[in-house]
Design a protein around this ligand. Structure first.
Ligand code: NAI
Length: 336
């Protein structure tokens, strides 16, 4: 099939080309640097499939415009599908496929990297030592052993985080409308969300972004948390209401914040903007806090994950070509 790959970075073309080669160069991949939106739809040309990433726009108008061309399949290079209008896709009879599990360990390990960096102020220590400043004032940390870690969303990534944190000797609490025995087998205990927020020293978000989880962490949720709490978000930016987060940081209620995602990241992440002035004042304010550590949506970015993303994406296209149905379809039921 002809596949138009949007938001292509060099690593995307490297891994997708290798996966396509392994399939006998079955598909014709056209790599496009621009993000997919209503202006860039024509770049799809005569492709029958479009391959998209997390900050591509897949709303009704874009899907309609793609459908008017030759497109029949959208393959997402992501697990999350919150950026796709699934109802519109169903109405237009456009198949949507994703990569449901590529490497939960990649995201879980990055989450723990943020946790440990914040906990022991590694980001500040690194900058100090490079300046010849070996003073320890301000770098006082706390042990994770014996602390309570709250995992919101105990799916594939949440379970990996639980497994790692068990090794640190933490008490592990979880909140999830669909509890799994795997979590309890790891020593985790399920509690109501409010109880988790009240009890935990570290709260980490691993649920999908849905209408129900939009701004799950708002001013009320922050008020319910322990003073000095560490909040980690490697899920999706809009799980957290950023202005409430800033208020929580300013008041000292929140002790540490680690983010790999940000509500308005579409205008910032995945690009080198180092020579430009950041126009997003909310994001700029976040960068001023010494106890905030931000990475630019890189939790997935490991060799293992990129290999799996590329292989599953090619498998989705091949399966669709063979049977008219992708290997890992996204169904509208997932909206429920
Ligand atoms: P998963 O589908 O295996 O697990 C999600 C869990 O969240 C499920 O157990 C589900 O029942 C639970 N959940 C749903 N609604 C909830 C709610 N209101 N409260 C608490 N839990 C709720 O998904 P997986 O693979 O663990 O990924 C989780 C999320 O991580 C993805 O949806 C995606 O947004 C994000 N992600 C971020 C990446 C990054 O690079 N930063 C990479 C991959 C995923």
């Amino acid at each position: 099939m002809k596949v138009a790959v949007f938001s292509t970075k060099p690593y995307d073309s490297d891994f997708l080309t290798a996966a396509n080669r392994a399939s006998g160069n079955r598909h014709e991949l056209r790599f496009l640097e621009p993000r997919l939106n209503s202006d860039t739809v024509p770049l799809a040309g005569d492709a029958e499939a479009v391959c998209a990433f997390v900050n591509d726009i897949l709303d009704r108008s874009v899907l309609e415009a793609l459908k008017q061309r030759a497109v029949r399949l959208i393959v997402l290079r992501s697990a999350g599908f919150n950026h796709v209008d699934l109802v519109a896709a169903r109405d237009l009879d456009l198949a949507i496929a994703r990569v449901p599990a590529y490497s939960p360990e990649a995201v879980a390990e990055h989450t723990v990297a943020l946790m440990l960096s914040l906990n022991r102020h590694i980001h500040r220590a690194h900058a100090r030592v490079r300046e010849g400043n070996f003073a320890l004032d301000g770098l006082l940390g706390f042990n994770l052993a014996g602390r309570s870690i709250g995992i919101i969303g105990t799916g594939k990534i949440g379970i990996c985080v639980a497994s790692i944190m068990r090794g640190f000797g933490c008490r592990i609490l979880g909140a999830d409308p669909y509890p799994t025995p795997e979590f309890t087998a790891l020593g985790g205990s399920y509690v109501e969300l409010q109880d988790l927020l009240a009890a935990c020293d570290v709260v980490t978000l691993h649920c999908p972004l849905t209408p129900q989880t939009y701004h799950l962490v708002d001013a009320a949720a922050i008020a319910a948390m322990k003073p000095g709490v560490m909040l980690l978000n490697t899920g999706r930016g809009a799980l957290v209401e950023t202005r409430a987060l800033i208020d929580g940081l300013k008041s000292g209620k929140i002790g540490h914040v680690g983010l790999d995602v940000y509500e308005e990241e579409g205008d910032l992440f995945f690009e080198n903007l180092s020579g430009r002035i950041i126009q997003d004042d909310v994001f700029a304010r976040l960068l001023t806090f010494p106890n905030v550590l931000i990475t630019g949506h890189q939790a997935f970015f490991t060799q293992e994950a990129l290999t799996a993303i590329a292989e599953t994406t090619i498998a989705n296209v091949s399966q669709f070509e063979l049977s008219g149905c992708a290997a890992y379809p996204v169904s509208t039921e997932m909206l429920a």
